[in-house]
Design a protein. Structure first.
Lengths: 270, 270
């Protein structure tokens, strides 16, 4: 029987996490461990300098809130609360996690990434809505679709090289909704800053975003232009391979850089 | 004349940022914009639901503290304080940023990544020390080495496909220190959790790490086993390409997943 850890970054009171937990509950032993408060846009941030608290939620079996980030939760859950888990599912997030820009700062993906670093298969679910009511409303459509994804991954494992499978649902799922594999766009938002003056006469600033141009074939296009479901396989391997020769442009670039640095070091000590 | 934004995640009072700013100051117009408080392990986290404050630091030219994360700083600096910048340098971080695990949660790399998403060349500098005194002590070695890196990148641009160049210094730089291009290891730490009881009799938890096994050829090996400087080129492209055919394993995997999901959707509406 599979042991599944269900988590999110919207916090233990978000309805999305219970839609996800209900969907997977009969695949095995399901544990719900989530931040006590919303922790959106925390990425893989961890809490190293503050102690963490764990609170069992009354009236709910195997359900816990933690005073930390989604990354903290993976560590506390696997070390203290649950033990070894076979799969981590994260979400259903209120709001899409499309584009590299959004993915890199997402706590939903952060939890999945932290699981992947521990070698645990990880699937993240997000929905292009701005309120968890809209997830709740569509739970009868969402649950069987989520079940089919989790069943597939439990049966087939993760494909080689894939650390996270990210699933983004459009705002509305209907009978003609399609499912497409799509790469993450580079950006979804152009960040802008709004300057304001507080009642004491001091300046303060809000960061907000305007949508960037949408490229065909990306997760953003599938979810927002087509209204379909996007499946995006992600790697955490950020490495750019550099051949150890001068034959390639990138090899030349970095051997030049190393030479400059070494000759600087040798000069300091001459 | 180049306009260079110097930032970090250790905060405006860390000595590392001034070592970095001094090192690059005569390449052009240098701006120092940093978090007012340390923001380590915030990754690419952003502040969207709280207003931000900007404070000019007295007695220091073009130096500002912001009540936000390293990612916030890139947006506020480029939108409000500085305008268009030619390069972002982040650091010198107290503590290495070796391994994917550490990189993904690093605020130092987070600032560089946020810059890279805006198309700005970004270099991150980190040092395997636990105190900024040790950066200050070695500033006469660090500054010329940093200068050689920044000069090289200003002259040659970033190599194609590379979003961030991450430089990790060992604890001590000496006359025989070498410079090596090295891929980021997967992990550096195995996270453990320590359970304690507070004076009121309630449990609380600390997350801490023990080093994982070090693999030859990685940034961790170069910095900690060899005591050399590691140069690690990073991409932010987390996409795994999926061919649109059944010929490849990964193509088969995802077409099977999509089929299962679509047939589930069609059944709901039957």
């Amino acid at each position: 029987m599979a042991r599944i850890l269900v988590t999110n970054d919207d916090g233990i009171h978000s309805r999305g996490i219970y839609v996800l937990a209900d969907a997977v509950s009969d695949f095995g032993e399901t544990w719900v461990v989530a931040p006590e408060k919303p922790k959106s846009a925390t990425g893989l941030g961890m809490t190293l300098h503050k102690p963490l608290r764990v609170k069992k939620i009354h009236g709910k079996e195997r359900t816990f809130a933690i005073s930390g980030t989604p990354s903290d939760i993976i560590h506390i859950a696997t070390n203290v609360i649950v033990g070894k888990v076979d799969m981590v599912v994260s979400g259903v997030n209120v709001g899409d996690n499309t584009s590299i820009q959004v993915i890199l700062s997402s706590g939903t993906i952060g939890a999945a990434a932290q699981a992947a670093l521990l070698g645990i298969p990880a699937v993240a679910f997000s929905m292009a809505v701005n309120d968890d009511d809209k997830i709740e409303e569509q739970k009868n459509m969402l649950k069987p679709i989520i079940r089919s994804v989790v069943h597939y991954v439990l049966t087939n494992g993760m494909p080689p090289g894939v650390d996270i499978i990210s699933v983004n649902f459009p705002e509305r799922i209907g009978k003609n909704t399609e499912v497409k594999v799509a790469r993450a766009a580079k950006t979804r938002w152009r960040e802008l800053v709004d300057e304001r003056i507080d009642p004491m006469g001091e300046k303060y600033y809000w960061i907000y975003g305007k949508p960037t141009e949408i490229e065909v074939g990306t997760d953003v296009h599938v979810v927002f232009e087509e209204g379909n479901i996007a499946i995006t396989p992600l790697t955490l391997n950020l490495n750019i391979p550099v051949p150890n020769t001068e034959d390639s442009k990138i090899g030349q670039y970095f051997s030049g850089l190393c030479e400059d640095m070494v000759s600087t070091i040798r000069k300091i000590y001459k």
